[in-house]
Design a protein around this ligand. Sequence first.
Ligand code: NAD
Ligand code: IPM
Ligand code: MN
Length: 353
Amino acid sequence: MTRIAVIPGDGIGKEVVREGVKILNYFNSKYDLKITFKDFDLGAARYLKTGELIPDNILHELETFDAIFLGAVGDPAVPPGILEKGILLKLRFYFDQYINLRPVRLYHDRFSPLKNKGVEEINFTVIRENTEGIYAGIGGFLKKGTPDEIATQEMVSTRKGVDRIIKYAFEYARERGGKLTLCDKSNVLTYAHDLWQRAFKEMAARYKDVETDHFLIDAITMKMVRNPEVFDVIVTCNIFGDIITDLGAELQGGMGLAASGNINPETVSMFEPVHGSAPDIAGKNIANPLAAILSAGMILDYLGKAELAKKVELAVKEALATNQITPDMGGDLSTTDVGDYIVETLKNLEDDE
Ligand code: NAD
Ligand code: IPM
Ligand code: MN
């Protein structure tokens, strides 16, 4: 039996996760995968009612699952950072999900925002360090609220933390026969990213068959727009990975398409769309569920069902090709209609086999 914990969260998180679960349920009944789901109501509503973010008993219960499927957290009624740090980052850190895997894949030329760059050119993966850097939470205030106020927020790079993400990235690039690009700011962060530079070079010596490359964070944003075809796999620190994957999402057609996995092969991994709770469109059944559906595909891949994950991608391609999409991408379907369309397409794909 495979047990998946579902955390719909806030805003459109709830709406898009439902569609992801719909797809998993379709495969479940078709192939008797024996996946069971349990919902956890964590997010703004619970926090505003009880003051709880993730109670300890839930955290411990989550340890017993095979994977977590999360929608998004964040709500205008709650001050920034409380839900994001208290739920999302809490889970990433608690389960030490050090790999944030974020594929950037354009599925249909029509949705490329770049002239002359299509599905051949926009196809790479960002591997973001997910447990340290500026997200580590070290820092604080001195003389808060006075004219002499000081605020610090430290960027933490540990040798072990940097080594393990770089090693994973080399393995990932080797498996796929691609080039590995290091993205950092070693020209200014001469301590933190000096460590990244040394760790990368030392690891490269152990992976001589993997071609390598390097870009500074500012220059990589230029290159991602001008020549995205030069990238296969990019490894980078937490904050840079956060920023360039929103840019990546736009390259692949929009935030509604970008999927991700927070992975630690030894503990419990968590899958979620890259986007947030989108309060501006929440509750209207118009959010694009494809990022959540592709994230559900990543769960299948993670669970060893790569062939089913491929089918999810094929069905998404079909939805994009035939305009069976939500308004953010120029279609007129609702969130639930898109989920239904993907299920129908999956059925047809299998009939053709
Ligand atoms: P956002 O990703 O929620 O939205 C940015 C823009 O993209 C909005 O205009 C939104 O309508 C649009 N958008 C996003 N996803 C979409 C989808 N699936 N379909 C159609 N349009 C979509 O980012 P934001 O507005 O900066 O953040 C809103 C809240 O979400 C904040 O509280 C933030 O902290 C939180 N957040 C959470 C996560 C997460 O839980 N993983 C990620 C990012 C932001
Ligand atoms: C993301 C989000 C989160 C991050 C926030 C909500 C903490 O932007 O998953 O990209 O910065 O990692
Ligand atoms: Mn982000």
